[in-house]
Design a protein around this ligand. Structure first.
Ligand SMILES: Nc1ncnc2c1ncn2[C@@H]1O[C@H](COP(=O)(O)OP(=O)(O)OP(=O)(O)O)[C@@H](O)[C@H]1O
Length: 827
């Protein structure tokens, strides 16, 4: 038994008491409350019943600060006291034994959170088991028990969304703690969270590179660019020369098999990008092994071998000359810096603790980056993830991330301990029980790395949970299916006020659902990656700029009259009588200004900075209010319930405003110069609308909209999140494999398999290695689809609605088929 003398002063982070003789241990209730008020966690496991706690402890219970469990009978007869997780091996063994008797006490989480501060730790655990939650608690543990400052902790994750989510979670943790304790350390935490290094791995690498780039020949102001055009130009030049020589030799041109130049350029560019995503850059590319090919494909094989090796060399040179690198090889560049044995000493921030969430999605170079940083700063690593949720294979991640990290650390004499978590706090027990059956069947069939140890133990039994599998036998018409999906959405909305999310595999499916919802007058928010520049707020803003620039162009002026920057819209039909006479149209438009001060604002552009004029226009035209009215009118055509229409219109206009603010923020970031003109903004917008698929739409937070949210997301965009109700509508779409593909296998050297197939009617070209790698790829693809479905199903808290489409002959390559496996394969 630990005989530490407990005073209310001694614990810095937590106190765990197993008590035999008295219901609340060696401290009085008042002393316990005093500890809680200081932000010290208290766990009391008691074998004596009868203590009813005053309401003072209630506050702390829901916030993971206080836990009291009472259970009988117990074998263990001696009391235990553990302060800040420090315990002897003996205590630990007894605690493990005890934990069997206290199922609501989460020993696994306790051990992760309190693991010694100087040890690397990997937490590999299934969905909803509290990986992110325990990461936040771990940060508190470190703040309480070591002298680390928040800016010495780096938190990395994989997507911008997840980074934002993590930031909000951490701020919330500090906020709650501050509310409960009033302690300054938490208030400071809230303030500092904004300055902490919480980011995606690539933006973190970008920052490092800016500081360290000189070593690799990059200047301080190194740029990160996509280089799409430069790379294409390189390919074109290479093909031109290749083509010319070969035509002179009268050989290859005819054998490049009907491909047009631009098609080939496109294809080669996309293969090149794939290589980069998988981390093959510079010398790696010249060292790739292309093997042999049949006579019909031999020329392509040779072309690729030659082109990539020469092209990559030239590409590297361009990047250096331009003092820029491409996004995909960011972490790799850092890796190169480390190989130059550069000291990281001069970096502005030291990294004492490096946390990485969603670790299963890191690729090999990123793992090396973690190891490089560990070595450079002697950082302690804390990585969490779930290989069953590894869904970024296309970016180079695979299921081996944890093992690779362990191996790399081992090589430099560091030890990575792995701990599991098993209790799932997210999904209602009733739903989870059935989900476990699916997961087990996929594990049995080796589609998922899953064993009995991965079985999730459901802790959520609040309210009612339900898994609805709506088995739909092939619908004769598409309309019937749409009706069914919409009926589900409506009925879930009527049922409860929690968030509802519709999850799809692809962006295209998400857009389809959005269209169906729009047509049915249901306001649903589409959250797919990179949609920002396609939003109404951005398009309307472009029209505004166009009409400021082209003041005598009736098309722009008329378009403006149909945006919320105009108070009285003019219908296109009103112009019919002018029979296309642009002067007359312009005359009419000038008589109907968008709003009274419009002409003054146009004139201001001559002497005021453009962004100030735009601000004035927004303040005067009040596009958000106009947009609200427009939406309200539109919605009333669908729905007679005014309250509902007003609510939906309010949500839509809040989103519009959020997008507009985001755009203005981007403009400020992008254009800091005084010489900014409307034309430069216009051009920038035009390019981004046409090409930018990376910028995400900012999402309304729960507190902002305060109402039930209905969202449509791809599964990739749902990573790390949870929703009261999840609806999964498309389950019969066949897993998709591209016609053209490039595959890699790492043996002694890296082997490349490629396949070209323009359409189902054209011939297939491939090298022999592609034949070898193709089956493996098929299995990988299947397994990744299974993992994607695993992520989708595990996002739900209470209700899960899956529309399972069945046909007489159901393709095995569908989610529907995977779902039948869980029911014993009844297809
Ligand atoms: N000990 C706990 N007690 C109560 N609720 C908890 C506990 N741990 C986690 N939770 C809750 O369980 C839910 C899932 O937690 P979290 O998001 O941290 O899991 P995760 O393992 O990161 O999930 P995923 O991998 O699926 O994204 C959250 O709502 C969280 O607040």
């Amino acid at each position: 038994m630990t005989t530490a003398l407990i005073t209310t002063e001694s614990p810095r982070h937590s106190l765990l008491i197993y008590t035999v003789g008295n219901s609340h241990g060696i401290l009085s209730e008042a002393e316990i409350v005093e500890l809680l008020r200081k932000g010290i966690k208290v766990y009391i496991l008691s074998s004596v019943s009868g203590h009813s706690w005053s309401t003072a402890t209630d506050l702390y219970e829901g916030e993971l600060l206080f836990q009291y469990e009472f259970e009988t009978p117990l074998n263990s007869s001696e009391s235990i006291t553990i302060i800040d997780g420090i315990m002897t091996e003996d205590d630990k063994e007894r605690l493990i034994e005890l934990a069997y008797n206290f199922p609501d006490f989460n020993l696994e989480q306790y051990l992760v959170e309190h693991s010694p501060a100087d040890k690397h730790l990997a937490v590999m655990a299934g969905a909803g088991t509290g990986k992110t939650t325990v990461m936040m608690q771990r940060i508190l543990f470190l703040l309480h028990t070591t002298n680390v400052a928040l800016d010495q902790i780096v938190l990395l994750t994989f997507t911008k969304d997840a980074a934002q989510h993590m930031f909000h979670k951490l701020r919330n943790v500090f906020h709650t703690r501050y509310k409960l304790t009033g302690k300054l350390i938490y208030l400071r935490g809230m303030e500092q969270a904004g300055r902490m290094q919480i980011s995606t791995i690539s933006s973190f690498a970008k920052k490092l590179l800016k500081e360290m780039g000189a070593v690799l020949g990059f200047g301080q102001e190194v740029q990160i660019r996509s280089f799409i055009l430069e790379r294409r130009a390189l390919i074109e030049r290479f093909l031109d020369e290749y083509w010319t020589n070969e035509v002179e030799n009268n050989s290859i041109a005819s054998k490049l098999s009907g491909y047009r130049m631009y098609e080939l350029v496109e294809q080669i560019a996309s293969f090149w990008e794939e290589m980069e995503k998988k981390g093959f850059v510079g010398e790696d590319v010249s060292a790739l092994e292309w093997g042999e090919a049949d006579s019909s494909s031999r020329n392509f094989n040779q072309l690729f071998r030659d082109l990539f090796s020469v092209g990559e060399e030239q590409f590297q040179k361009i990047k250096r000359d331009e003092n820029a690198i491409s996004l995909n090889d960011l972490t790799r560049q850092i890796d190169l810096i480390s190989r130059e044995n550069v000291s990281f000493e001069n970096l502005s921030n030291k990294i004492k603790y490096l946390f990485i969430d969603e670790f299963q999605d890191t690729d090999e170079t990123q793992i090396r980056l973690a190891v490089v940083l560990q070595q450079a700063f002697k950082s302690i690593l804390f990585v969490v993830g779930d290989i069953k949720q590894s869904i970024y294979r296309f970016r180079g991640a695979d299921e081996t991330a944890f093992q690779t990290l362990e191996d790399r650390l081992h090589e430099i004499g560091e030890l990575l301990r792995t701990l599991p978590l098993k209790k799932n706090y997210r999904t209602h027990q009733a739903v989870l029980e059935q989900l476990n059956l699916f997961f087990k069947s996929w594990g049995d069939q080796e589609h998922l790395v899953y064993s009995e140890a991965d079985r999730l133990i459901g802790m959520n039994n609040k309210g009612q949970g339900e898994l609805v599998i709506d088995r739909v036998y092939l619908w004769r018409t598409a309309n019937k299916f749409i009706e069914r999906v919409i009926a589900h959405i409506r009925s879930e909305r009527d049922r409860q006020s929690g968030d509802i999310t519709i999850l799809t595999r692809t962006n295209q499916e998400a857009h389809l659902i959005k269209e169906w919802c729009d047509e049915a007058g249901i306001n649903a928010h589409l959250v797919v990656g990179g949609g920002f520049f396609a939003t109404e707020a951005v398009r309307d803003f472009k029209v505004l700029l166009g009409s400021l620039l082209f003041i005598n162009d009736p098309v722009w002026q008329l378009s403006l009259r149909n945006t919320p920057y105009c108070h009285k819209p003019i219908a296109w039909t009103a112009l019919a009588k002018f029979h296309g006479n642009s002067q007359s149209v312009l005359h009419l438009l000038n008589e109907n200004l968008p709003y009274p001060e419009w002409t003054d604002h146009v004139e201001m552009l001559a002497f005021m900075p453009v962004l100030s004029v735009i601000r004035k226009i927004i303040d005067t035209a009040k596009p958000i209010e106009v947009y609200y009215q427009q939406q309200l009118e539109r919605l009333r055509d669908f729905n007679s319930d005014l309250d509902i229409c007003e609510r939906e219109a309010r949500l839509l206009s809040m989103q519009y405003q959020k997008n507009l603010n985001h755009l203005l923020e981007l403009l400020h970031q992008r254009f800091s110069s005084d010489f900014l003109t409307p034309y430069s903004i216009f051009k920038w917008l035009e390019i981004n609308i046409a090409t930018n698929r990376d910028e995400d739409e900012p999402v309304l937070t729960k507190t902002e909209d305060g109402a039930q949210r209905l969202e449509i997301r791809t599964v990739h965009k749902s990573k790390g999140l949870e929703f009261d109700t999840v609806i999964i509508p498309f389950t019969d779409r066949r897993f998709w494999r591209p016609n053209n593909e490039i595959l890699f296998r790492k043996n002694k050297e890296v082997e490349v398999g490629w396949k070209l197939n323009r359409s189902s009617k054209s011939p297939v070209y491939r090298n022999h290695l592609h034949n070898d790698l193709s089956d493996e790829e098929q299995t990988e693809l299947y397994n990744e689809e299974t993992r994607l479905l695993y992520v989708a199903l595990t996002r739900c808290i209470n209700r899960l609605v899956v529309i399972q489409i069945r046909r007489k002959k159901l393709s095995k390559e569908t989610w529907s088929y995977l779902l039948t496996l869980g029911e014993g394969g009844d297809v």
